[in-house]
Design a protein around this ligand. Structure first.
Ligand SMILES: Cc1cc2nc3c(=O)[nH]c(=O)nc-3n(C[C@H](O)[C@H](O)[C@H](O)COP(=O)(O)OP(=O)(O)OC[C@H]3O[C@@H](n4cnc5c(N)ncnc54)[C@H](O)[C@@H]3O)c2cc1C
Length: 396
């Protein structure tokens, strides 16, 4: 691991800081209504456009495909500085920027790259991910959405679920079964599905947090041109593993800094929540746990740098991404437990008696649950770490 930054990386950080200092004061506040997905799309794609115009879009994409061609370390600096400065989150551009675009760079043909990469970078095309099905999540390879070969097209019928931002997406990275008789990993194909094709029905799913981005996607004889296939027919599982390597490698890194901020907020809350005598801050057990979690977040940042310097050497994130995701979900779960202990009954009245309406430790408790599920559950990450890093016998 090499934790030092080069002179060039230092310049990159300074330039980025100066640019963020110039533009952020003019960026409007995040739309307050989380259920207004059109407003969220407009906000996130406007920010993407600003990044594009300043040369920061696709920071880690190769320059020949319109990206900045930055090193993994510069990518880390970008995530660190934008998060510290309070810049908008990647939001609806998550799939396009972080895994569909990189998958197309690695696996698509020239026409597909020419049609899709630049619009993703400019914030013109929003993508969603049509992988999970009601009966196929962790065991994704058992998926049953069927694609029948019909001349120039595949005719696709089935159901997808948990499709984030399907309601406002232009394209979907879709995996389908093209050969039902082959072993389950060998009969899958990865397709680009335009979301305006006839036969696609989107039904929003309400979440406990009240955010409206989840949806079910029903596909009824949707005709997807074969020209939209990425990789060979029935080789889609391999392409899917490429998508996952990008998704798990980068998805949660920038959250460490916002988690540190949240933990500092919690320490402030502890000083205000009154107990029978004094405040929650007077409880030595709470102070000790706050300190421990702060140290663990620091350690996670170092682990990230280790993963990044490994990726710089080898070109791959590797199972280190799973170690990170597992440890990060665990720290956030314990942070949520601690927030419950600190807030105690005051948690029911937050925003009233505490006057801390900007703090969302109650909402974060629910959000934390999603961290242990999204992009592969904690159990699945444990399987990956056990099998690929520790050499334990394979999960049956
Ligand atoms: C915030 C969020 C966003 C998401 N966005 C998308 C999206 O945009 N597109 C998309 O396609 N999907 C999306 N998902 C779905 C996500 O990928 C799945 O929820 C996840 O893969 C788990 O699948 P499942 O829900 O079917 O749970 P299941 O696979 O049914 O798992 C149920 C439980 O069994 C455990 N389990 C399963 N198999 C094993 C095993 N072999 N060993 C040990 N334990 C096991 C799991 O860990 C879990 O606790 C999203 C999920 C979340 C939470």
């Amino acid at each position: 691991m090499d934790l030092r930054y080069t002179e060039q990386e230092g310049h990159f950080r300074d330039e980025l800081r100066a640019w963020l200092g110039d533009v952020l004061p003019n960026v409007p506040p995040v739309p307050s209504d989380h259920t207004d997905l059109k407003a969220r799309r407009a906000y996130d794609t406007d920010w993407q456009r600003l990044l594009y115009e300043a040369g920061y879009a696709g920071i880690h994409w190769p320059a020949e495909f319109g990206g900045r061609g930055s090193t993994p370390t510069e990518h880390l600096i970008f995530l660190e500085e934008t998060e510290r400065a309070g810049a908008p989150y990647v939001g609806v551009n998550f799939v396009g920027q972080l895994h569909a675009g990189p998958t197309l760079i690695a696996e698509a043909n020239d026409e597909q790259r020419a049609a899709h990469l630049a619009p993703i970078l400019r914030g013109e095309h929003v993508w969603c991910q049509g992988f999970s099905e009601p009966g196929s999540g962790s065991d994704l390879a058992s998926l049953s959405t069927r694609a029948i070969d019909d001349g120039e097209d595949y005719v696709v019928t089935g159901q997808k679920i948990w499709t984030s931002f399907a309601q406002v997406a232009d394209y979907c990275e879709l995996i389908v079964r093209t050969d039902p008789d082959a072993p389950k990993h060998r009969g899958i194909t990865w397709l680009i599905m335009p979301m305006d094709l006839p036969g696609i029905e989107i039904r929003p799913i309400d979440t406990a947090l009240g955010s409206g981005e989840f949806a079910e996607m029903f596909l009824d004889e949707v005709r997807i041109p074969k020209a939209n296939r990425v990789g060979a027919e029935n080789d889609g599982w391999r392409v899917t593993m490429v998508t996952f390597a990008f998704e798990r490698g980068t998805a949660f890194i920038s959250e460490i800094i916002s988690s540190q901020r949240l933990l500092a907020d919690l320490a402030q809350v502890a000083r205000k929540v009154t107990r029978r005598s004094g405040t929650a801050w007077d409880d030595m057990g709470i102070r000790r746990e706050l300190g421990r979690l702060d140290a663990e977040l620091d350690a996670l940042w170092s682990l990230t740098k280790r993963n990044v310097s490994q990726a710089q050497r080898t070109g791959m994130v590797g199972p280190g991404g799973s170690v990170f995701k597992l440890a990060y979900s665990d720290v956030r779960t314990r942070m949520a437990d601690l927030a419950e202990r600190v807030l105690s009954r005051a948690g029911l009245a937050i925003g009233e008696t505490l006057d801390l309406s900007e703090l969302d430790h109650v909402g974060q408790r629910i959000y934390t649950l999603t961290l242990t599920i999204a992009a592969g559950t904690s159990e699945i990450q444990r399987n990956i770490v056990g099998e690929r890093l520790l050499g334990l016998p394979k999960d049956r």
